[in-house]
Design a protein around this ligand. Structure first.
Ligand code: MN
Length: 231
């Protein structure tokens, strides 16, 4: 078998403590999953979890200890940061029970769900898809994966983001409206989860705009730091 042109390389993320890389299948994202962020976006009350996607090649992989360079994207003047914990799926499945969800987790990483907020806002107003606001090139900076066998299951711990040393986002993973197990369960009713899927679990309050030259430093307790400069 031959291809009409060379297929692109499989998107992948380095793994802390090994030279092997984690091949990425799909990127799912959970919307409005911290109460105070839902409020700042103008929503109140518990709603069923909802999801959107980014293409796997939207990843901007930042190796351990390095500063990633994210080009300021086209067609926006309101690029926002959303600091998130990323959950990597190692065992696929559909209709996964909440009580059974944790055995599907392969590991965790730090991720930024970068958002063209102006385009997302327009899409919301017009009832259009979010892709232009969420799924653009390099919209998903991500750090190396930490294996769950090394970290244990993460259900709490500070999640934070500074921009140029100034605090912007700070909360705790325990404040997720839909826990990691619940989001895996819900998502698996809509899609057959596969090994290699990444799930961005949602961002806490404090989302705001960044500009060229800004240095973003995100963290979740136990997962190190994710550093990205807007270029
Ligand atoms: Mn998000």
């Amino acid at each position: 078998m031959s291809f009409v042109f060379t297929p692109p390389a499989t998107a992948s993320v380095p793994v802390v403590g090994t030279k092997a890389r984690f091949p990425v299948h799909r990127i799912y994202c959970v919307g409005r999953n911290y109460e105070d962020h839902a409020k700042e976006m103008g929503y109140t009350g518990r709603e069923p979890p909802f999801f959107f996607m980014k293409p796997a090649d939207a990843l901007l992989v930042v190796p351990d200890g390095q500063v990633g360079e994210m080009p300021y994207p086209s067609m926006t003047s309101d690029l926002h940061h959303e600091m998130e914990m990323v959950v990597a799926i190692g065992v696929g499945g559909r209709d996964i029970e909440v009580a059974d969800a944790s055995r599907h987790i392969w590991g965790y990483a730090l991720g930024l769900d970068m958002t063209r907020r102006d385009l997302q806002g327009e899409a919301k107003k017009l009832g259009r898809p979010w892709d232009l606001g969420k799924a653009f090139d390099a919209s998903a900076p991500v750090g190396p994966l930490h294996r769950v066998q090394d970290t244990g299951l993460i259900t709490q711990g500070t999640i934070s983001l500074t921009v140029n040393g100034e605090h912007r986002q700070k909360s705790d993973v325990s404040k997720l409206i839909w826990s990691v197990d619940e989001m895996i369960s819900h998502l698996s009713r809509y899609f057959a989860l596969q090994p290699g899927d990444l799930i961005f679990s949602g961002t806490p309050e404090g989302v705001a705009a960044v500009k060229k030259g800004d240095l973003l430093v995100g963290a979740v307790a136990g997962l190190g730091e994710l550093k990205v400069r807007i270029a």
